[in-house]
Design a protein around this ligand. Sequence first.
Ligand code: PMT
Length: 226
Amino acid sequence: MGGNAAEFVVTAGPTREYLDPVRFLSNPSTGRMGFAVAQAAAKRGCRVTLVAGPVSLPTPAGVKRVDVTSAREMEKRAVEAVSAAKGKCVFVATAAVADWRPARCAAAKLKKGASRSMTLRLVRNPDILRSVSRKRARGAFRARLRLVGFAAETGDPSKEAMRKLREKGLDFIVANDVSAPGCGFAVPTNRAVFFMRDGSRVELPMMSKLELARRIVSKALEEDRR
Ligand code: PMT
């Protein structure tokens, strides 16, 4: 890594929120988008920590991988990685973090018994990106930190992406319409719009996730030079 290269901390994949030892809440994220960002950043000579939920992808060359299962673990390990960074650091949150988890995880497999229905009580998970952003605002990190979020939307992402950008205090957000063919979860391609803090936007055509990842890394490093 060159002396001036930024460090990247990337979250990727889904999280799993167990209700008993064999059942969990999750989503279809495969980690492809996040692993591509990690790969592209490493290729640019950056030190990269990839905090990955349960996925079955090989670790990109030159990347330090930290495997996690739940949102709370992902938050802990992501904050640790950002806390360890010095100089310039870019946090890219590509993970599809479960917003809710079962209020309790049973120690043994839940039995069906004779009941016809079951009520599952859920509690909120931490918002990892928001908590990193709040820590940055409190001056908790040594590194000069840039925050890049994703917005997974169905339909026109503009309004929601701008809201998330503002509310989570991001430097920019990558919005993707996960209901469009060839976009979002579990496909090798994606189409995205970058929404910047100054209100500008960059609309990109459909491309491979690796090419999109290269554009994200370039944008983050360009922002870093400002
Ligand atoms: O993994 P793939 O199969 O390649 O799929 C890629 C993807 C669809 C997962 C990816 O392109 C994507 O859209 N990632 C964001 C998924 C998401 O949870 O988006 P969101 O709009 O709900 O969340 C907004 C941002 O906050 C995201 O950066 C998310 O990582 C972050 N977040 C959300 C909830 C939470 N509890 N903690 C978070 O950090």
